[in-house]
Design a protein around this ligand. Sequence first.
Ligand SMILES: NC(=O)C1=CN([C@@H]2O[C@H](COP(=O)(O)OP(=O)(O)OC[C@H]3O[C@@H](n4cnc5c(N)ncnc54)[C@H](OP(=O)(O)O)[C@@H]3O)[C@@H](O)[C@H]2O)C=CC1
Ligand SMILES: O=C/C=C/c1ccc(O)c(O)c1
Ligand SMILES: [Zn+2]
Ligand SMILES: [Zn+2]
Length: 369
Amino acid sequence: MAPTATTTTTAAEQQQHPRKAVGLAAHDASGHLSPIRIPRRSTGDDDVAIKVLYCGICHSDLHTIKNDWRNAIYPVVPGHEIAGVVTEVGKNVAGFAAGDRVGVGCMVNTCRACESCEEGAENYCARVVLTYNSRDRDGAVTRGGYSDLVVADARFVVRFPDALPLDVAAPLLCAGATVYAPMRRHGLGAPGSHVGVIGLGGLGHVAVKFARAFGAAKVTVISTSPGKREEALERLGADAFVLSTDAAEMKAAAGTMHGIVNTASAAASLHPYLALLKPHGKMILLGIPDKPLQVSAFALIGGGKTLAGSCMASISETQEMLDFAAEHGVAADVEVIGAGEVNAAMERLAKGDVRYRFVIDVGNTLKAD
Ligand SMILES: NC(=O)C1=CN([C@@H]2O[C@H](COP(=O)(O)OP(=O)(O)OC[C@H]3O[C@@H](n4cnc5c(N)ncnc54)[C@H](OP(=O)(O)O)[C@@H]3O)[C@@H](O)[C@H]2O)C=CC1
Ligand SMILES: O=C/C=C/c1ccc(O)c(O)c1
Ligand SMILES: [Zn+2]
Ligand SMILES: [Zn+2]
């Protein structure tokens, strides 16, 4: 597809970022994505340059381009499930070489000095620089993987095990890491446990697969979509399916779950879901609806329940997750699309109509003219 637009970058930024790449950008809250030329920095001493082959479409990409969170810095080039091949490394980079199969997830920089950074939990650094729609330490707005080239500090690059094909592995970099890290930390899906997964989308379907791989005794999908029942049980390996709009099904499942991973991209009240937990059960909030969620004290104190949140994953957790996924045959169910189909894919994602992650075939379909 032929790029037809250019960025409104400053001369200074173009000097600092002399490389030209092609991307897909949203220019306003319509969220419509169109081709754009973007500057990329030269490969610095600590950097890895990556030819992007695939990039997953996370619901956060959709929230951002639609300005749901009121923080969009247009033009937004989304994408933080980036899989590709190294083309060049800086002189200080020891761990990667040209030709390596690598990825970049949700973040590309942190302060490297705070307590979170020191303890390897850099996803909780207050100065974390996200892969797109964020300000990097040089002041430039970050642009993500809906683009043919990315240049990233090697500290934020992970390696794909050979067993993982890149198209089905790309979504692991956000969806996979985001569910794996808190499930491990909080013991959700531990052997013998009953885990619930709210929302059978990109994050949710991978959470089901990880729970199975961890050895959970029972995995229950809690969904608003009756059409996902059969797939959840037969294709994804869930043991049970609860339609959240069916009061009788919700009542029958009340008080049965040790833990719940909540990946819903929208919702009003947590109460019906919290009722599914056993006493001392935990709900991990991962979804980021644009409106505040309701929770009454009674829904938590009765039963001594825990409501926790989790954001992305550290780089070491992300690499551990990829290695675990390769060992246990966990990968995303994907619909691979061309760059020209991205707006239609976003419309379908908004309706929950994807099985279960769109992945853009960047390598074959997003090219400069
Ligand atoms: N915390 C973090 O670090 C991260 C957070 N996110 C956030 O997680 C959320 C999910 O992302 P992703 O999996 O990519 O999105 P998807 O759109 O793929 O899946 C979200 C699912 O949520 C369910 N859902 C949608 N609307 C409602 C509703 N009104 N009530 C209940 N359930 C609903 C649907 O599942 P069903 O049809 O089964 O009901 C839908 O498929 C997003 O808000 C995203 O921004 C994403 C990555 C990292
Ligand atoms: O999809 C991943 C989203 C990560 C994220 C979203 C919003 C925010 O403020 C973050 O720090 C991370
Ligand atoms: Zn994401
Ligand atoms: Zn820090």
